[in-house]
Design a protein around this ligand. Structure first.
Ligand code: FES
Length: 571
């Protein structure tokens, strides 16, 4: 084993070695722990304000067990935690900030390997991004999904149930007391959202990328086997350090291709597009929007989980979880079988015998749950740099649609007008929301799945074409065009749309067209005024340096990696 990085701190026989060891000894660590054994950082996103990760201190104890067993020295450290349901204006606004925290915490401290504890949506990409820029031996561990929500004798899925019940409430089909009763029934155990929302999608991406041990995606947070996985992860990272199995050996182009394939097959979140591109950018792999369309959009959806299907993550686990999906992809000759994973095996070796226990939850490739899945990338004069839609969550009859635009210039205008009975809108219209992109919101909030007007809900309308530069929750559904690039706030064509314009969406042809003459658009462009830049702080830095969604919405100066070396010491 080569000399460990941590020995630059703890192996020194001088004043600075004294300083590094002595202050650590105030925690009671005996001297022999500094003898050159691997120091494992446990990067913890625990926070009571991130309810999906609130059990992570407990989980970290199981990781530590494994690290001790394998002869390592575990040291847990906190990083900024992003609670999707609590943070304003949106957790995504802080993803890159948290990634900087992760990167510098790893680089600046004496650790040889890292375990990333991830759960709620943005905690997964932010940790992977930050760690990738350091490129130490690193392994991921997700916190696991919650148990299935149960309400009035039926399953109730995180997020998805909220959108459904909100529409029922607004249509007068549900009582307010029932709506609030469901609050306690939806989220009844520790863990993250148990639909195939962004958290479950990203936990699946961690596994498909090979960044975790097999089984990471689906074991419920409360299942004892989640703790077992944590312990095994702790054991494994020590060996990864000894083998110098750094992140860049796992996060290859093939690994990202596997993630794209898996995202399609599970009916995963559109948010995976932005996060995977951002992670790839950090590690130095070229990944573009087109890769998602070319690799994933012709695939069938195999997994019958909300929001695309009816089951929940608990059912997915009992049916066999992600290894079954990866096996199906392998048997269809799609999986990049030789991609290396964190346990030192190829991904194919890990899943080759994965058994399926319920074919209604995980379908065979030859008899898929839905024939088309993945992410379709749209282009046209309304989205020159691309926009995305998730066909499996859309209404098939709306995938080709021409309609009159009803434009909302901001989220505030949307909220103030959508309940107006006088709003000139019918089900054939196309709802357009502006200024909700990375710079515009700021942080590209999950507001793209706009609520439908109550007067149309009462008529029984359940879906309409909606277009924005925003994102949508992975738990949401509908014919929703998202991530329009360039966004309105930087002067993209979306900024020029006016109510009454005609828009044509053609998903099979991958086009999104604004039917307005170029001369008219040119005139509107000269009249367009950019929104004011924020004055100070993170908001200012973010607005100045954030890239568009097609580039992963990372800050431009964070792309790439600096490695883990810091030559200068503190005293
Ligand atoms: Fe945390 Fe959904 S709110 S995973």
């Amino acid at each position: 084993m080569k000399k460990l990085r941590s020995q630059e701190w703890y192996g020194r026989q001088d004043r600075d070695g004294f300083i590094h060891r002595s202050w650590m000894k105030n925690q009671g660590w005996p001297h022999d722990l500094f003898d050159g054994r691997p120091v494992i950082g446990i990067c913890n996103t625990w926070s009571e304000l991130t309810p999906c990760n609130a059990h992570f201190r407990e989980l970290a104890e199981f990781v530590k067990r494994g690290v001790w067993e394998a002869g390592g020295f575990p040291l847990e450290f906190p990083v900024m935690s992003l609670g999707e349901t609590q943070l304003r204006p949106t957790a995504m606004f802080f993803r890159n900030l948290a990634s900087m925290d992760v990167e510098e915490s790893i680089r600046g401290n004496p650790m040889d390997g890292v375990v990333l504890l991830m759960g709620c949506d943005k905690t997964t990409p932010s940790l992977l991004m930050g760690a990738a820029s350091c490129n130490l031996p690193t392994i991921g561990l997700s916190g696991g999904p919650m148990l299935s929500g149960k309400f009035h004798g039926k399953d109730l899925g995180s997020g998805t149930g909220v959108w459904l019940m909100t529409d029922e409430l607004r249509a007068g089909k549900m009582k307010l007391e029932e709506f609030f009763e469901a609050e306690s029934c939806m989220h009844r155990s520790k863990g993250h959202c148990m639909t195939m929302g962004t958290a479950s999608t990203m936990a699946s991406m961690v596994e498909a990328l090979g960044m975790s041990l097999p089984g990471n995606a689906a074991i419920p947070a409360v299942d004892a086997r989640r703790n077992t996985l944590a312990q095994m992860t702790g054991r494994r990272i020590v060996q990864m350090v000894k083998d110098d199995l750094c992140m860049s050996k796992i996060l290859t182009r093939e690994a990202f291709e596997n993630a794209i394939l898996a995202n399609a097959a599970i009916g995963g979140s559109t948010n995976a597009v932005i996060h995977l591109i951002a992670i790839a950018g950090r590690i130095g792999v070229t990944l573009s929007l087109n890769d998602f369309d070319q690799l994933g959009s012709s695939l069938p959806c195999l997994v019958n989980i909300q929001p695309s299907g009816k089951y929940l993550m608990e059912d997915f686990f009992y049916a066999g979880g992600l290894p079954v999906v990866l096996r199906e992809l392998g048997e269809a000759d799609l999986l990049r079988r030789e991609a290396l994973t964190a346990n030192g095996q190829t991904i194919w070796n890990n899943v080759i015998e994965a058994p399926c226990w319920n074919r209604d939850v995980i379908h065979r490739f030859s008899e898929p749950f839905k024939p088309t899945a993945g992410i379709a990338v749209l282009r046209g004069n309304l989205a020159p740099d691309g926009a995305v839609i998730k066909p499996s969550a859309a209404s098939p009859e709306l995938l080709r649609h021409r309609g009159r635009a009803v434009v909302f210039e901001s989220i505030e205008e949307f909220h103030s007008r959508i309940n107006d009975e006088e709003l000139e809108i019918d089900e054939s219209c196309v709802m357009v929301l502006k200024n909700c992109g990375p710079r515009g919101y700021p942080g590209m909030a999950e507001v793209g799945n706009m609520m439908l007007p109550p007067k149309l809900l009462r008529k029984g309308v359940t879906d309409m074409v909606r277009i924005s530069d925003a994102r949508m929750s992975g738990t949401a559904y509908g014919t929703v065009v998202l991530h329009v690039c360039p966004e309105a706030a930087v002067g993209g064509p979306l900024a020029l749309v006016q109510s009454g314009d005609m828009i044509t969406l053609d998903v099979p042809s991958r086009t999104l067209q604004l039917e307005v003459e170029e001369a008219t658009l040119a005139r509107r462009r000269t009249e367009w005024k950019p929104p004011a830049m924020p004055e100070r702080g993170w908001q200012r830095l973010y607005a100045e340096r954030v890239m568009q969604a097609d580039k992963g919405a990372d800050l431009d100066f964070l792309v790439g990696r600096s490695g883990a070396l810091v030559a200068r010491d503190s005293h």
